[in-house]
Design a protein around this ligand. Sequence first.
Ligand SMILES: O=C(O)c1cc(=O)[nH]c(=O)n1[C@@H]1O[C@H](COP(=O)(O)O)[C@@H](O)[C@H]1O
Length: 306
Amino acid sequence: MPNSSPASFATRLNQAIADTGSVTCVGLDPRKASLPAPLRDNIQGDRPESWAAAYTQFCCEIIDVVKGIVPCVKPQAAFFEQLGPAGMVSLGEVIRYASAAGLVVITDGKRNDIGSTATAYADAYLGSPTHPGPWGSDSLTVSPYLGRDSIEPFVETCDARGGGIFVLVKTSNPGGGFLQDLKSGDQTIYQTVAGLVTELNTERLDADGYGPIGAVVGATYPAQLAELRQAMPHSILLVPGFGAQGGAADDVKPALDQNGRGAVVNSSRGIIFAHSRPEFAQKFGDANWHDAVRAATEEMNQQLRG
Ligand SMILES: O=C(O)c1cc(=O)[nH]c(=O)n1[C@@H]1O[C@H](COP(=O)(O)O)[C@@H](O)[C@H]1O
């Protein structure tokens, strides 16, 4: 359940960054083949319900490890959807467990649609104490592909429920530039979307000058990250691509504001499957996968503070 505080999403997330001294976002992207052996070997038959129960246990045990040392987690809806209805039940369980643990929850669904349908997505994924919804989260990732009127319904729900969204602006994948770097007039598409994000935030600022409309900017494009930090002064940046995709600490530092806040840097595989990373496998292995998650989280916190 999202935080019952009346504070805005941006205020809550920046406060969580200050409280934990961390800008690490732990991505909850469970994958069957990568689960630690103690969980994988306990699956009863190859039934979706068994895998869903394992995903819930895996993610909730990760939450127990990282609560208090990171501000937020980012469950990736796709991996839960792979399991069908049981996976979607698991997603709700994980979201609620993370909220109850005091973590800010960013559900990664990259949702987008025409206005009336976008409103339904916002209702399903942006929750509040009075509107918990099936997957009520503090925030949701949103694609801008269908234009301004496909984003505004999410913003309206943020206004009503104190939630936030992260709009895809410059994504971390190699092929994102195919559209995002196209010129429209004297601006690239990603600059155009950044301008829309900034415009939508202007009337919704908190005391720190941040609004509920954040932006996704990949760690794999450090030059654009520095450019977009300046172009979107009122947005908290969600920075994926650290670790497994090659993004490094020096690449992401420009995302932070002068107070060391204003951004969270995501790592999913690099943290939740740390037990299989060469540098941790020897020391921890599958049996001590929780310790590997803690070590990887503390390592990333240190790298981003340095
Ligand atoms: O919206 C996202 O979080 C996202 C945007 C983007 O440009 N790149 C990107 O990798 N992501 C997500 O961030 C996570 C990255 O996972 P790792 O590469 O394992 O850290 C996945 O859940 C991706 O879907």
